[in-house]
Every structure is written in structure tokens, then in C-alpha cells.
Design a protein around this ligand. Sequence first.
Ligand code: ATP
Ligand code: MG
Length: 136
Amino acid sequence: MSKTLAIIKPDAVRKRVTGKIIDQILDDGFNIIAMEMLRLNTERAQAFYDVHKERTFYDDLVEFMTSGPCVPMVIEKKKAVTDFRKLIGATNPAEAIEGTIRKQFADNVQNNAVHGSDSNENAAKEIAFFFPSIEI
Ligand code: ATP
Ligand code: MG
């Protein structure tokens, strides 16, 4: 079993589709190890997306991620990182495959409903960011 960090982003929470997204994660065979609803402040959102700080969309991304509550969770499966990236679909919902979470619930390339870690190394960092007591 391996773990990844998922976040149901503020746009999806606002749309009241948190439960639907959690259902799809469970239906896809993931176990949920930890989960919390919280609101990131600017400093925390900047730190989480630090890798993107030079990108033109960084300030907008931080504003979006602090715009309301989000639901970070640690989920577990045999190939958690790759399977979850597959389940969520392309960053831009216009390019996401039918049936993926972003295809169903994302509005655009920024407000794209969910986050998923992109490597085991980043999953470990991101899990520790939100859930420091979880063993990886
Ligand atoms: P995430 O890291 O949230 O799982 P991702 O790995 O598919 O998404 P990244 O390239 O890491 O995509 O971008 C992080 C987030 O920044 C995206 O999920 C999206 O919310 C936002 N973003 C990415 N590209 C753009 C863009 N061109 N314009 C606006 N926002 C963007
Ligand atoms: Mg990413």
C-alpha cells in the first residue's frame, strides 16, 4: 500500500459536491486514512504551492485556495499517486477524460475541484504538511 495527499478544493466544497467526490474516491478502491475540513490562510497556501511561486497564476491560485474551506485527506491504495492522478484527470477540465473527477466537477484550469500529489516524494511532503502525525 502507498499513500497520496488529496484535497477537495474550495470550489468543490462551495458546490456541495464533497460527498460525491468522497464516494468516487472510495468506489475507486482507496482507503481514507485521515481527513479534515479547514480553511488555509495566505501564508499556508503560499507554502503549499511554493513550487509554483514563479508562475503567473501563483497569486490567483493562493487567493482561490484561501477563498473558503477545503478538505485535505490522506488516501491509500497499491499505486495511490498514479491511480489518483488518473481518477482526477487533466489539470484543465477541458482536456480531462470523461468520468474523471475534474471532468465532472471542475470549472476551469484554476478552479479544478481537486488536488493530487504528483510523485511519492511530493506525497510524503504534502502529507506531512497537513497531517504531521501520519506515518508514511
Ligand atoms: P494539483 O497540483 O492541484 O493537483 P496539477 O498537478 O494538475 O494540480 P499543477 O501544474 O501542479 O497542476 O498546478 C497546480 C494548480 O495551479 C492547478 O491544480 C490549478 O488549480 C492551478 N493552475 C495550474 N495551471 C494554471 C493556469 N494555467 N492558470 C491558472 N491556474 C492554474
Ligand atoms: Mg501539481
